[in-house]
Design a protein around this ligand. Structure first.
Ligand code: PNW
Length: 486
């Protein structure tokens, strides 16, 4: 191999998870219910009626999980804190649960002992159910912003001496659209009365987004004012968003691709990084788009130290359609000549397209001009769930996905000059894939749900090896899992 530049030692790579998707033990040690507990137990809401009661049992198996992460030789681990373990009822006047604090504190200590940097998400969709019942949760600006800030402050106070990387919110687009627009995620609100008894998809998602952005920005202000001077960490938001390629070269489809990006990404990123809303959104929504006051704009603009990116795929964008959550743009994976964009995943919304990852990294870097932390990227292999374990762990399509993604990451950094600081494949483990239950597996580690045994897949080994070869190593460091291989 020719002399190639290597990723610096301080490039953060690791695997990601989220509390509700892995922990289980939902009634243990004083945890309060979250909206995903109730939603997943409501008949018809998740595939085969699956819920998170056990998940990957990581609330009990966390020491074993960290030991495996250590074997993988990764630098960092992204996980989320369950709000309802810290404050079971969720609110600013509700009691704090010392057992919840102790649990995450122990996890953080164990990670640090293993030489793994904790990367912590404060909110990965598991809102305390009580806050939803009490006042409408994310719909209620006056209450939720204060309650979220109170929760965040407790986390900074309890863990900030050891945690230097904070993510306020995971994928607010999904929270607003899937939870309050399409009604397919908790709390399952939408206008379709066959699917939901409550909700208004034409207004609620935009209100929820407004309150999410204010909650995020307010928590960042608290961190910067009260904690950053002594704790010296970084804090930001992480947004989902996929690349958009015009379906063909017609002017309307070229415009459609930008309009799709304006809603998928600009809805949150433009306010947070640039201090305004995309014109397309203002035109599309009129007075349904809640504006910020000048004081709020001052709080929101610049409220993230970096760009947190979750990305999985690329869409072909076609003008037309009436889905406001896609900017009134139609998405497809089938090109005009009938060919497919890439390899189809187990879930309908995902195909491989590594060129799109590189293009998105360039777009975000040019538009928002901040270092990028890739906090999720991954693939669910079609049919993986029906294979015997020995076959499932030979996850060829996932290896190919990551081969393309790492090459795109590398080219974006060293050919295009994009400032990228982290890469977190989703996910460390197969886990509770929300409304899709357990049949859709995103893990680089296979989980046998009958025994809760973990089996590293080929994709885990591919990634570990790739970073071993492409990153400067600490002198004398080893990767136990790879050294154990024949
Ligand atoms: C992300 N979509 O969710 C989440 O952050 C993870 O918790 C999740 O497991 C992972 O991606 C895989 O799905 C998404 O419909 C859910 O486009 C749905 C969509 C995108 C991301």
């Amino acid at each position: 191999m020719a002399m190639q530049k290597k990723l610096p030692r301080d490039f953060i790579w690791g695997f990601a998870t989220a509390s509700f998707q892995i922990e289980g033990s939902v009634d243990v040690d004083g945890r309060g219910k979250s909206i995903w507990d109730d939603f997943s137990r409501t008949p018809g809401k998740t595939l085969d009626g699956k819920n998170g009661d056990v998940a990957t049992d990581s609330y009990r198996l966390w020491r074993e999980d960290i030991a495996l992460l250590k074997q993988y030789g990764i630098r960092a681990y992204r996980f989320s804190i369950a709000w309802s373990r810290i404050i079971p009822l969720g609110g600013r006047n509700d009691p704090v649960n010392p057992k919840g604090i102790k649990f995450y504190s122990d996890v953080i200590d164990e990670l640090l002992k293993a030489g793994i940097t904790p990367f912590v998400t404060l909110y990965h969709w598991d809102l305390p159910q009580e806050l939803h019942d009490r006042y409408g949760g994310w719909l209620n600006k006056d209450e939720i912003v204060q309650d979220y800030v109170n929760y965040a402050r407790i986390c900074f106070q309890s863990f900030g001496d050891r945690v230097k990387h904070w993510l306020t919110l995971n994928e607010p687009w999904c929270v607003a659209v899937l939870g309050y627009g399409r009604g397919v995620f908790a709390p399952g609100r939408c206008s379709d009365r066959n699917r939901s008894q409550e909700g208004d998809s034409s207004t609620e998602p935009w209100i929820v987004a407004h309150n999410l952005i204010l909650s995020h920005a307010s928590a960042v202000k608290v961190y910067r004012d009260e904690f950053k001077p002594t704790q010296q960490g970084q804090i930001g938001i992480t947004l989902n968003g996929d690349w958009e390629v015009p379906y063909d070269n017609s002017p309307e489809n070229i415009a459609a691709a930008q309009q799709a990006l304006d809603v998928a990404i600009g809805w949150y990123a433009d306010p947070v990084y640039l201090g305004f809303y995309p014109d397309h959104m203002k035109k599309m929504l009129g007075n349904r788009l809640p504006d910020f006051t000048p004081e709020e704009w001052a709080l929101v603009k610049g409220s993230s130290d970096f760009y947190g990116m979750n990305t999985y795929t690329t869409n072909l964008a076609k003008a037309g359609g009436s889905d406001e959550f896609q900017g009134n743009v139609d998405y497809t994976f089938t090109r005009a000549d009938g060919t497919e964009l890439g390899t189809q995943a187990h879930c309908s919304w995902l195909q491989t397209y590594p060129e799109g990852f590189r293009a998105l990294l360039n777009y975000v870097w040019k538009r928002y001009k901040l270092p990028i932390y890739v906090t999720e990227n991954g693939f669910a292999v079609k049919g993986e769930d029906s294979l015997p374990i020995e076959e499932a762990i030979k996850d060829h399509d996932r290896v190919e996905y990551f081969r393309g993604a790492t090459e795109s990451l590398y080219k974006a950094m060293y050919e295009d000059g994009v400032d990228i600081r982290s890469y977190f494949p989703w996910s460390f483990l197969d886990n509770f894939e929300w409304a899709d239950g357990y049949g859709t597996r995103f893990g680089v580690t296979y989980v046998d749900y009958k025994t809760q045994k973990r089996y590293p897949k080929e994709s885990a080994k591919f990634l570990i090896k790739w970073f071993r070869e492409h990153q400067e190593q600490e002198p004398g460091s080893t990767t136990p899992l790879l050294s154990a291989l024949p």
